[in-house]
Design a binder for this molecule. Structure first.
Ligand SMILES: [Zn+2]
Ligand SMILES: [Zn+2]
Length: 286
């Protein structure tokens, strides 16, 4: 298993600023840690950098410390990588924004995977949740409403490991395997976005969106996937307004010119073809 200890942090507080593994230079972080200048952002107990070869870099409390950090989901390599990729992407696409990984929101008592603060913007506070573990519909709705009640716009990316098409055919619709989390999101009008950080199904760091054709509440909803490398995607501010958001065209990847495939009975879009190629490679779907 690749589960990491729950109190391993990617982010720590130095006397004058927040430092984050993966966002700040490791050498600076190491010096702060060696000088015992880092504390947990939540309980303010000392933390040190653990940077072993086997375990991924993280901050750890000293033995015996008891942290009151709210834990929202078990830490895994996928979850950790996703938080970092999202934070890097936000820093790149929203210059001027303050991006905090593993942010504690005192107003709701929640711990957000990534918090974005945009001064003087209608969406002043944005939370990006990267959800890899299972979550009940009730708990997802509770967390969503709590954010919104505090004026925080929440947007959810699901882990690529949750993207499990039951079948697919070129130029045709995908059948998606779902849990109650995906069904609740579709039902409530949330955009169903999957971020594949380690290339489980799609090329690494692809963001895919599933749009159901009908029956959002079906166990196996059918619909279409569109996708784009995260790197090439601007931050979709329009999506923050769900469920009232209009459905902006989610960009599709153009790695292949549109072309007809045998037996497809017509022309397929480039994104369909691209997806098909990947499915065929991964699952030997024919
Ligand atoms: Zn702590
Ligand atoms: Zn998460």
């Amino acid at each position: 298993m690749n589960a990491l200890s729950s109190q391993n942090l990617l982010s720590a507080q130095s006397p004058d600023r927040r430092v984050t593994i993966g966002l700040d230079p490791l050498e600076e972080i190491r010096q702060l840690s060696d000088a015992r200048q880092l504390v947990c952002p939540f309980c303010e107990a000392p933390v040190v950098l653990h940077a072993g070869a086997v375990r991924a870099h993280h901050f750890a409390h000293l033995p015996g410390a008891r942290c009151r950090l709210p834990q929202t989901e078990p830490e895994t390599m996928e979850h950790r990588e996703g938080k970092l990729r999202i934070a890097q992407w936000l820093q790149q696409k929203l210059p001027g924004a303050r991006v905090v990984v593993e942010a504690y929101l005192p107003e709701t008592g929640q711990r957000a995977d990534v918090l974005v603060m945009l001064p003087e913007h209608p969406f002043g506070k944005i939370v990006l949740e990267f959800q890899c573990a299972n979550l009940s519909a009730r708990e997802w709705r509770r967390r969503h409403r709590l954010y919104r009640s505090a004026g925080v716009s929440d947007l959810w990316f699901l882990g690529g490991s949750r993207l499990r098409p039951a079948d697919s055919a070129p130029g045709q619709i995908i059948t998606l395997r779902t849990t109650e989390l995906e069904r609740a999101m579709l039902w409530d009008g949330a955009p169903l976005l999957f971020l594949d950080v380690d290339g489980t199904l799609l090329p690494a760091d692809t963001l895919a969106r599933f749009r159901p054709d009908a029956e959002a509440q079906a166990i196996l909803p059918q619909g279409r996937l569109s996708m784009k490398p995260l790197e090439a995607l601007d931050f979709p501010l329009a999506l923050l307004d769900w469920p009232n958001a209009p459905d902006p065209q989610f960009p599709v990847v153009r790695t292949h010119a549109p072309q007809a495939l045998p037996d497809s009975g017509g022309t397929v879009s480039s994104s369909d073809f691209w997806l098909w190629e990947w499915l065929a490679r991964r699952y030997r779907v024919t």
